[in-house]
Design a protein. Structure first.
Length: 88
């Protein structure tokens, strides 16, 4: 087996040499929370059912519409109801 030369082993440009010992975990976490980032992590079994974020949004909108219809059927008279169309 031939030994690799130094040139073959180190093909990375110097600007890509990052020292991970100085990395900070969760550096932007607080800023994302303050700015209102809205990230939801799906469990693997649920993620299999949805091909992308548009599919998740479509399913959630359908669920909201169903719950709105059900809420109207079961709401007490005179009680205000929150409708999906009222949510920005």
């Amino acid at each position: 087996m031939k030994a690799k030369s130094q040139a073959e082993q180190d093909e990375m440009r110097p600007e890509y040499d990052f020292d991970y010992s100085t990395a900070v975990r969760g550096k932007y976490y607080r800023r994302l929370l303050e700015e209102g980032a809205n990230v939801a992590v799906l469990d693997p079994d649920i993620a299999i059912a949805f091909r992308d974020s548009a599919a998740v949004n479509e399913a959630l909108r359908s669920l909201l519409k169903i719950s709105e219809a059900t809420q109207r059927l079961t709401a007490h008279s005179g009680a205000p109801t929150l409708r999906f169309s009222d949510v920005p």
